[in-house]
Design a protein around this ligand. Sequence first.
Ligand code: TXA
Ligand code: MG
Length: 311
Amino acid sequence: MTQILTACQAHTAATLLRSGALVAFPTETVYGLGADATSSNAVARIFEAKGRPSFNPLIVHVPDLEAAEKIAVFDDTARQLARAFWPGPMSLVLPLRADAQISDLVSAGLETIAIRIPAHKLAQEILQAAGKPIAAPSANPSGRISPTTAAHVLEGLSGRVDAVIDGGACAVGLESTIFATQPLTLLRAGGVPVEALVELGLIAASRDEDAKLSAPGQMTSHYAPNALMRLNVENVHENEVLLGFGMVDADVNLSTQGCLREAATRLFTDMRSIDRLARGGKSIAVSPIPMEGLGLAINDRLSRAAAPKDS
Ligand code: TXA
Ligand code: MG
């Protein structure tokens, strides 16, 4: 049985987490599936619930920089990024401290650790009350669409997690941007647009093959809907339903105004809706989406969703 908690029950969620339970909670990006990062038993249950390949490492969530510095070694670039984007939709992959007391399962045996300070009020309350680092991947079965509401979490994981705390819909709607430093590398496009680095005077490396390899979670097929998906479509075929962007006649529209922020917020919910409309043998066509700002992360998620599932 999965217990449903209200936004007033952050302390109950924290107590459950401290006792080794699995609790899904909202962040500003997507819902995370949390467990005590210092307990291998608790963390193992995350992999079990998600059906996730265990070589795929998890992000550790903490409430503040003091807690983060107990787990990872920060260089100047990491500090600069932390100051600019934390709390917020960014994760950093940094060297793991020898005395961090994080379960090996979290880092999947790597010498680095992904760490994030979320800004979401409820996530902050839970992390502060838990007083322990919380490992949390997105709260969806491995390879499926990430959840941006408590209902999405229940759709995929009901009965497989101890509790879900309902904090409404996620404001950003896309996972965090992941950077590694030494050298500064973009591992995953996400809620912090890469252009923001240019303003900081940090030059971002592009998503080269090395970067992809060092984020093992970046498998080609991910976020997969059931129906086939075709991207950058100007002319919709007869057997297709259209996930639109901008002023097009679409079955579901990410943003009739052509607003990338709105499209990011709606992406995962709209992917679920269009997948339902495609049931019974139709395919999904998707309008072109500009490759700028959050458009990078949106196109990244869409191209993974469209990738052949056996790759
Ligand atoms: O917004 C988010 O980041 C959400 C919320 C819940 O915080 N979390 C999330 O976690 O998206 P997950 O597990 O679905 O994605 C984590 C990504 C994976 O692609 C994983 O391979 C990568 O982070 N990652 C984790 N640790 C890493 C490490 N040490 N080195 C390289 N990549 C790492
Ligand atoms: Mg995920």
